[in-house]
Design a protein around this ligand. Sequence first.
Ligand code: AMP
Ligand code: GLY
Length: 423
Amino acid sequence: MRILVVGSGGREHALCRTFKNSAKAAKIFCADGNAGIAQIAECVAIKPHEIERLAEFAAENQIDLTFVGGETSLALGIVDEFEKRNLKIIGVNQQAARLEASKSFAKDFMARHRIPTAEYRTADSPREAIEILESGKFGDENSPVVVKADGLAAGKGVIVAENRRQAAQAINDLENLVGKEAVEKIVLEECLIGREVSLLMFADGDNFALMPPVRDHKRIFENDEGANTGGMGTITGAELLSVAELAKIIEEVIKPTLEGCRAENFPFRGILFLGLMMTKTGAKVLEYNVRFGDPETQAILVRLQTDLVEICEAMLNQTLDKINIEWQTGSSACVVLASKGYPNKPETGDIIRGLDADFADVNVFHAGTAKDADENFITVGGRVLGITGNGENLDEALEKAYRAVSKISWNGMQFRRDIGRTN
Ligand code: AMP
Ligand code: GLY
């Protein structure tokens, strides 16, 4: 089987690696990949937004299965384009992608289907957003409130403001931060308090199959300080959600979400990612993503024991209920190594030292890497590597990951030493 993975980050490296381990995969292609992916797949110079070129490539190269990593291609309708040409692809169609591509659409959807989430209001302009704030809907001037750009904003579109003054500032800064298109609407939300956890699943339009719960660490610095990033590390483990919590989430969130998609004529076929806040009154949805997370995927896939191609076939045939997806018991941890200056102004071009060490008991997933003229691995992005270990328990997974991290270095390399240890 010839497989195409779309994307170029650590998530896509983990996907390529998992497909490579499949008994059914003959050749893996990745558009457009990175230097780590190039070791196991043929990288193709087509970007995720070039959906017609991707479809042409898949048709011309007899690709049997395409797997989409990120939201950009999904929101542009890559799945609709491939299906029009009878090409097999895993991901949601453009309609379902609105659950991630428009926060106001997602909030209205949750309201229509009574899915627990933060109270919200949508504004059509910054002025209206300020008016809503001043109306007292979200408490007085000392109350925290969350400001969100409606559209895709690569993780930069959410500001958790401590008070009304900060919220107003965020509203005024939003356009500069994320661009005009993403702020045609602004969503204001009640600030929820609790423990965050994410839950991903495979979905085939009718059935779903859960992955292990996962938690990411979004802030750049230890103790959850500093700017938000795409994610500095993730852990998985059953202890993240109790059996009772999980059962409640299935009834109150997952079933109504998938039934809601069916009722609105966009059955959800792809990867559904729930960002949840475990509040005193139960789990509430912070966001939907319609794809695998990065770096959630790295920690999740190292535990997958079932052949990913078989899972994809079941998603395409709507037979997810017929297969038993197995996960290695225990835990896993992914520690992200980032460039100096990330996330604001990543410095790139540094030679990465230590990649030739023995990494037999971990997975070194590449994100922003390339090779220079002398065949050295160099940094070319903000997040550079994701060192991923698994084990019987979290301690063992973290120990393996951090032991491997200590072998790698470059000028200004940043990472958090407290992955899995703080909130
Ligand atoms: P999102 O992209 O919507 O998941 O938001 C990014 C991050 O902002 C989340 O992981 C939370 O840490 C935080 N966040 C988003 N919405 C809320 C909310 N209503 N209350 C508190 N924190 C939030
Ligand atoms: N790590 C968060 C995301 O992929 O959206």
